[in-house]
Ligand binder design. Sequence first.
Ligand SMILES: [Zn+2]
Length: 428
Amino acid sequence: MNEALATVLGRIWADPTIVEDFHAICDCGGRFSGTASEAKARDLLADRLAAIAPVRRETVSYRGWSRGPAEVVLPEGATLEAQALVRSPATEEGGLSARLVDCGRGTPEDIARAGEAVCGAIVLVRHEFMIGRDHVHRRKKYDAARAAGAAGFLIANHVPGTGPVTGSSGDGSSGHIPCAGISHEAAARISALDGARVTLHVRGTFRDETATNLFATIAGRGDGLIVLSAHYDGHDLAESAIDNASGVACVLAAARAVAEIVPTLAHGLEVALFTVEEWALWGSAEHLAAMPEAERRRRRLNVNLDSVAGDDALTALTSGVPGLAGFLHAALAPAGLGLGIAPRYMGNSDHANYLRAGIPAFRLCAGFERPATPLSLLLTRADTRDKVHPHQLKTAASVTAAILLAACADRALPPALAAEEAARITAG
Ligand SMILES: [Zn+2]
């Protein structure tokens, strides 16, 4: 038996801290960037990280935005609850009154099929299960509607009984349109009004803002680093428990478990807790954009944890990075563990920015292709801690720790990506 692995896995399973951390992160609230809830989480996590290794703080500047109320008013005067999408432009005084055009699922093809009717209209589309091969991202739908001349954009939650859905849209600059999420039930009601005039009210305020990425490094014997990351920001609808208190708690637990062993291994470990991820991956994008070439070359692999509990099935989204699937299988085999491999590129979390920088990277997530699980509740008020079981956190942390041991030991790591290869992967 591999003694280091036995020690590390024993630490994770015999220690309740991962569950306490998970609850403490949820207790901060939804951690929407720019709010007191995010700041509370930042301070909590800086404390937790400091117990593992010295903490480095990195300031991220971004175009901040605070969410005001939103609603949809129907022709007969009834109002429906709505949730402004992140950085939606505000509507004019009196709201945006326009024809409603129901584009169904709202893929770019659906919007093209609706033709000229979209021009000047408020377009209604559906949110869909995000952790699957066929997922069409909200921003693709939004961009297609905007390009077709839509005046407003509504996206409906696909899960009944869980209120409006949220998410990011554009950056609020010129050419962007007011946009909001609504509930499944609200969509059923207004879809019957296809062609009628509805009024969308969205409020929100822009301001320049800063946020803080947190890092802690445990040196290995050599210069190389394995980056273990998770985003700690979320949305203010609930407590962003699966997405991504689960990932952050598992990052802390895995890092704690391997901390004593890493200094004996070839590569060190860099723990990265990013924020402003829910704003089109801004925090990690800024981090990597500012990174000197020599620092970038030190980073051999990014293990990114995003929504790793809420279901027992774990999958690595490998983006088809050459050699990565083989490395993962080999890393987990000594413990008799395994995980699903999804090779299609999905640029929906911070690993995408590492890939763009030519650093092999993958996202670990739960519930891939399992829409009947609580992973369907991301970005809604139903993403709460009761959906997450302690054994799921410990399983994800164990898988992560086993991967870290193999990666830090430099066992069959995938090679760095050439610039053209990185561009090809992230274009897909
Ligand atoms: Zn996430």
